[in-house]
Ligand binder design. Sequence first.
Ligand SMILES: CC(C)(COP(=O)(O)OP(=O)(O)OC[C@H]1O[C@@H](n2cnc3c(N)ncnc32)[C@H](O)[C@@H]1OP(=O)(O)O)[C@@H](O)C(=O)NCCC(=O)NCCS
Length: 381
Amino acid sequence: MAKYFTLDELIQRSAFTGNVEALAPGYDERERRTPSGGCHLLDEGGLGKAADFLRLAAPYADALLSAARSVRSDEALSHLAWHCQGLLEEPVNEKGYSAAWPTPSPESDEGASTLWALVLLGALDGLKARYRERAIPESILIDTLSDFQVWMDHYKATTGRLGFGQVNWLRNHFVPRIFRLGRLQFAFEHFPFELRAFHRKPGSLALVDGAGRLVPAAGGAPGAKVFDPSGWTEVVHQGCPTLGIHIPASGPLDPVACGESIHAAFAFFPKYFPGYDWKAMTCVSWLLDPQLEKSLGPDANLSRFLREFYLFPVPGANDNQLWERVFGRRYDPWEEAPTDTSLRRAVIAHLRAGGKWANGGGLIVPEGYRWGGAMYREQAF
Ligand SMILES: CC(C)(COP(=O)(O)OP(=O)(O)OC[C@H]1O[C@@H](n2cnc3c(N)ncnc32)[C@H](O)[C@@H]1OP(=O)(O)O)[C@@H](O)C(=O)NCCC(=O)NCCS
């Protein structure tokens, strides 16, 4: 009979940090059912095939194989892997997944640092089957899972070690509730803001706040004028289903590729998820702060990207993500931050001038939309 470990013992062994409680549901019952020999990680051949399928760079594929050997030879880690494989199959909530799982810390060794990647890859065949059920092309699965490489690169860049820390993000890919279609990713989400959007003729859009005031499409706070919606049709309201746009860190934000991606999503979701009645695409990000356009000039990819959205301020937004995605971490004092790219210089110059940065929101409504002409800015009300 397999040895019984408490969850605390497994967490101590893995040196995971974060929301340890999230691993508690069903733990005791599942632990008692752990087969002798622990988890069923993919064997070497299976892992090699999975790494090939993911087009993983050779050092990462080797790291996975080596980590799998460590996990298999470590009773506690192999029990943790078994438990998490079971958790991965549990139903998800309407947000896509249950509470965030804990992740490796600097004290986690090779097996623990890579454990999450191994657990996810163990679910690859099930995911392939879910794509097949809907006849979604395998090429889209491969593109979607290119995030493994993106986040293994990120782990290496931020820790100097091989490993994988983004289990919570990648769980979305395994539901599946996020798809990469060309340059961008699209996820099933809901519109959380107290805003309503109205449409009148192809390409027109008016975004209105809770007090009925029109939000300017180029960004900034609503004006004093109350919008008169007569003759307009409401298309977006708080809580309605949307497609959230996400931008993987893989190459430049080429505007043509982004446009192709948006238009591919217009076709993809009605075809493969006809029951998903989404109303708009939304993006909330550091790179939708409208001040970036002025700071970087109109021709930067980032400026060209944000011009295609109807921009809006995000309540309570801060600059955490900007520091994380542009500098890798927050610099305090900011005078010590590197200034080796024009974006970094622009960010610091803005702070030096007394400015602030914050995440912004962007909206695209499919009715009559065409990427590439900043169409929401051209409207006269
Ligand atoms: C989004 C992204 C692809 C844009 O890169 P891009 O296409 O090169 O953007 P631009 O062409 O507008 O860049 C203008 C300048 O800013 C720099 N720059 C762009 N993104 C940068 C970043 N994240 N960190 C540092 N510098 C950056 C570019 O190198 C360029 O500098 P240069 O003029 O000195 O050559 C890039 O920022 C990225 O990969 N980010 C990580 C993913 C991310 O943030 N996703 C959104 C999370 S919600």
